[in-house]
Design a protein around this ligand. Structure first.
Ligand code: ZN
Length: 101
């Protein structure tokens, strides 16, 4: 690792040009609706809306007990870093779930 990538308290593992490309690819993937696995999947315990990831990597939501078919609704992040259910407006907690296929 070249010394120019070192900082006082941390060492950057990836060279900055590669890091910028990775960030760009992540941004493009997110715009296409792919789940980046950068947080837990969400589940609203109030109305049953939950997130899942299809085998294609696409993030979807559906109501618990219904067929796994994307509602097109997406949880919105609030100012405090929590998430708001797009169906009922409740604040939801993060939860780890198994992927649907
Ligand atoms: Zn809800």
């Amino acid at each position: 690792m070249k010394a120019k990538y070192k900082r006082k308290k941390e060492m950057i593992i990836l060279p900055p040009p590669l890091l910028r490309k990775i960030i760009r690819v992540q941004s493009l993937a997110q715009k296409k609706g792919l789940f980046l696995n950068d947080r837990e999947l969400l589940h609203c315990r109030h109305c049953g809306l939950l997130e899942d990831v299809k085998y294609t990597g696409l993030l979807i939501t559906y109501k618990a007990g219904d067929d796994v078919s994307d509602t097109g609704l997406r949880f919105e992040q609030d100012k405090e870093g929590g998430y708001i259910c797009p169906f009922c407006g409740s604040r939801v907690e993060k939860e780890r779930r198994v992927r649907a296929d």
